[in-house]
Each structure stands twice: as structure tokens, then as C-alpha cells.
Design a protein around this ligand. Structure first.
Ligand code: CMC
Length: 428
């Protein structure tokens, strides 16, 4: 018999079904609660609310476990190629050789962005934040592919949109950066793989050749894999909610990029480096900043510390910390910002305030250090996160459509004025 839990309201009992996941996680199904009892549940920030079942990513925050479609993140980060992981997330299994070659070819053949997009880019002010440009450009792409708005899309047409998104996002991202620094844009080159191509669009110039270094390509591949999905977070839930209105995939992903931008989410990687530079330039030592972070009257937080679900350690941070050391050693980079980061980690990890609240360095604490070492400008860090997260957003959107989920529409408890009558302006 399936498990139920009993809820008693004013002496009346209701049996609520329990939903179990494949890793034995449990949820109480309250979808009929209001119809049966007149009550809704409230959970600001959705700290304890499951919005969906999903077969894509398993995350156990207490034990620091993260798996994509069952594969541990440690194995994927060490051995896989980012496009292999994209395929895994979107289609459910690792690709065979034939599937991988067809998938890769399809993406390589769509890297070019329509020339008319350049006129939009040219209109942005120099120094425009690349996340603003990326979000707008992704939504603008939908206007070039009106068939993507159609309902009852065929599987082939959805696949085509997926190839276009995966192929064009790095081009748009690199162009957003070139726009910000006033450089000419570089076009994609099909002889390069996914990561190499992005790097050459970022760093090559008409005046000189650029050959992506394998150390840098490997580090980028790893970073993209580590960011590829993270179940129901702020940006992914945004993609699902926007997509649930049947808005097209470009618009849904564009909304996800905007949600990612904030410093409490993907924007934290930029905020971490800015914070570390501030601490370094201040020269007054770490203690003052740790005290500020603990002070409830002060809005300052240690960026890159804490996570909604990881309360012991973030498995991605563990991998990234080692990768950061490797990259800096191989490239022979000595970075005082990294020294500050290491000191800060040491101080915070031994401080009762951070220990008792389960606040540990998260993925963004070290990703910024690697991006810096790779020569990626600080304002591009969150764009890099978006590039990594794209396959996850796509996979989540696709799953939601396949499951035919209803439009996302939460309820609320109204706390405003009771009914009152309109008075003309003279009588107020
Ligand atoms: N520095 C100082 N205090 C903190 C921090 C921090 N970074 N993070 C949480 N706290 C305190 C917070 O003040 C609260 O204390 P108290 O219980 O005394 O009121 C307690 O820890 C719990 O915090 P919360 O805000 O209720 O936790 P949350 O789960 O709502 O927030 C978080 C999670 C990631 C938004 C938050 O830890 C934070 O703002 N961290 C800094 C920003 C950051 O690094 N974000 C990137 C997250 S990883 C990338 C991603 O997946 O998006």
C-alpha cells in the first residue's frame, strides 16, 4: 500500500499521499489540500517546497552529493567532455560515438549568429554589462526563428532550437564582451572544439592569431561541466515557470539568464573577486571583514560562502579548489587574491558563526579565481556560469514539456487592507 501522512485540522483528519524519489527522498503531496481543507501551505523562498519531480539531477546537500542522470559529478568533471554532458543532461544517457558525432556536428554547424544581430549589439553602450546583453540577445534570437513560438512543436524543431542555443550562446557571450571593451567581434571557427572556439572568439584579434592553450581549454571544460545543472534553483525554476506558460525556449532561457545575474545566485562569482580585491586593497586584514559579515546590522556577507542546500560542503567547490591550484601552478601565476581567498577560507571555517550555520565556500568561491587566471574579465564570470548552465536549463524545460506540467501559479496569503471605498482626490 502506498504511504500516506495524516494531517489533522480542527479534529478532522486528512490522508495525504507521500511521493518517494529513487534515492528515497520523501515529499508530502499537498496538491489537493486547498480543495479538501480550504488551507494552502506557505513557504517563502520555497525553502521546503518541491516544485516538481525530476529525473535529471540528484543532489544531497547534507552529504555533498551531486549526480547528473546518476553519474557522480567527480567522474564527469575528471573524464567527460562538456558536450557529452550536455547530451547526457538533455537526452538522458551518455551518447554513443555516432550520437556524439552527430550532436557535435549539429552544434558546430550553427555557431554563426545572424548578421542582423550585430546591429542590436552595436546599439548597446560601451561598458554595458555582458549579462544584460546576453539575456536580451537570447530573447532577440527568438525573433529570428518565429517557428520556435509555435505550439505542438515537432521533436526535430525542438532539437534544432537546442542546437542553435548551445551553438550560439558562446558566440553571443564573446560578442557581448567585445562590445563592452570596444573590440571588433571575432567569428566562430569550425576547426575548433566548443571550448577552444569560445576562447578564440574572446581572445583572438584580426591583427594576431590566438591558439587556445590545452591547460586553459581543459579548465574551461571542467568549469562548464561543474555548472551544467543544479536541480531546482532560482534560475532553473525561472526557466520552468516561464516555459510553463508555453513561452518559447529562447524566451525561457533568457529569463533564466536574468535570474542567474543576481549576486545571491550566479552573480556571486563576480562578487567574490570584487570582495577579495576590496579586502586586498583595504590592507587592514581579514578580521574586520569577517566581523562585518557576522554583524546583523551590516548588510555585508562573505560572497562565495553558504548555500541553500549544501550545509556540509559543496562537492563542486572541492573539485574547483584543486583545479584552481593546478591551473595557477601550470600557468605559473602568483595571485595575491588567491592568497586572500585561502586565508579567508581558513578563518571562516574555524569561526563558530560560520560553523554553526553550515556556511562553507561554494562553487563560486573558487571559480572566479580560475576565470581570472584564464584571462576572463570579471564582468564575464556570470556569463561563463550561464554558458555552463545552459544544458541544464534546456533539459529541465524539455522534461517539463514532456511531463505536460501545468502553468506555474503559486498562491498567497493576502495581508493588505480590507475592502474600502474610493474617495475623490479632494476628499483624501
Ligand atoms: N555571510 C555571512 N552570513 C551568511 C552568509 C554569508 N555569505 N550566508 C548566510 N549567512 C547567514 C545568514 O545571515 C543567516 O544567519 P542567521 O541564521 O543568524 O539569520 C544564516 O546564515 C542562514 O542564511 P540564509 O540567508 O537564511 O540562507 P539561505 O539558504 O537563504 O541563503 C545564500 C543561501 C547562498 C543566498 C546565502 O548563503 C548567501 O547570500 N551567500 C552569499 C552569496 C553566494 O555566495 N551565493 C552563491 C551561491 S552558490 C551558486 C549558486 O548555486 O547559485
Amino acid at each position: 500500500m502506498s504511504e500516506t501522512v495524516q494531517l489533522t485540522i480542527n479534529d478532522k483528519s486528512y490522508d495525504l499521499p507521500v511521493i518517494k524519489g529513487s534515492e528515497n527522498e520523501k515529499a508530502i503531496d499537498i496538491s489537493k489540500l486547498r480543495a479538501q481543507t480550504g488551507y494552502i501551505t506557505i513557504d517563502t523562498g520555497f525553502k521546503n517546497t518541491g516544485s516538481t519531480t525530476s529525473a535529471i539531477t540528484f543532489l544531497d546537500g547534507e552529504n555533498g552529493i551531486l549526480r547528473y542522470r546518476g553519474y557522480p559529478i567527480e567522474q564527469l568533471a575528471e573524464k567527460a567532455n562538456f558536450l557529452e554532458v550536455c547530451y547526457l543532461l538533455i537526452y538522458g544517457n551518455l551518447p554513443t560515438k555516432t550520437e556524439f558525432s552527430s550532436f557535435t556536428n549539429n552544434i558546430t554547424n550553427h555557431t554563426l549568429v545572424h548578421e542582423d544581430m550585430r546591429s542590436f549589439l552595436n546599439a548597446y553602450p560601451t561598458k554595458a554589462h555582458p549579462m544584460g546583453i546576453l539575456s536580451a540577445s537570447l530573447c532577440t534570437l527568438s525573433t529570428f526563428y518565429p517557428e520556435s513560438h509555435e505550439q505542438n512543436r515537432s521533436e526535430e524543431s525542438v532539437d534544432l532550437t537546442i542546437y542553435r542555443l548551445l551553438a550560439k550562446l558562446p558566440t553571443l557571450a564573446a560578442w557581448a564582451y567585445q562590445n563592452a571593451v570596444g573590440h571588433p567581434v571575432m567569428y566562430p571557427k569550425n576547426k575548433y572544439n566548443y571550448c577552444e572556439n569560445f576562447l578564440q572568439m574572446m581572445f583572438a584579434m584580426p591583427a594576431f592569431n590566438y591558439e587556445p592553450e590545452p591547460v586553459i581549454v581543459d579548465a574551461l571544460n571542467k568549469l562548464l561541466i561543474l555548472h551544467a545543472d543544479h536541480e531546482q534553483n532560482c534560475s532553473t525554476s525561472t526557466v520552468r515557470v516561464v516555459g510553463s506558460s508555453q513561452a518559447n525556449l529562447y524566451a525561457s532561457i533568457s529569463a533564466g539568464v536574468s535570474a542567474l545575474w543576481g549576486p545571491l545566485h550566479g552573480g556571486a562569482n563576480q562578487a567574490v573577486i570584487e570582495m577579495l580585491e576590496k579586502i586586498l586593497n583595504d590592507g587592514g586584514g581579514l578580521k574586520k571583514w569577517v566581523e562585518k559579515a557576522k554583524d546583523k546590522e551590516d548588510s555585508f556577507r562573505l560572497m562565495g560562502f553558504g548555500h541553500r542546500v549544501y550545509k556540509n560542503f559543496d562537492p563542486r567547490a572541492k573539485i574547483i579548489k584543486k583545479a584552481a591550484d593546478d591551473v595557477l601552478n601550470k600557468l605559473g601565476i602568483v595571485d595575491p587574491v588567491l592568497d586572500i581567498a585561502k586565508e579567508l577560507e581558513e578563518v571562516a571555517l574555524n569561526d563558530e558563526y560560520f560553523q554553526s550555520r553550515g556556511l562553507y565556500p561554494n562553487v563560486d568561491f573558487y571559480s572566479g579565481i580560475i576565470y581570472r587566471a584564464l584571462g576572463i574579465p570579471t564582468e564575464m564570470f556570470t556569463v561563463m556560469f550561464a554558458m555552463g548552465r545552459l544544458p541544464g536549463w534546456i533539459a529541465q524545460w524539455k522534461e517539463m514539456m514532456k511531463d505536460n506540467q501545468p502553468i506555474g501559479r503559486p498562491r498567497q496569503i493576502y495581508t493588505g487592507e480590507k475592502e474600502r471605498n474610493y474617495k475623490s482626490i479632494e476628499k483624501r
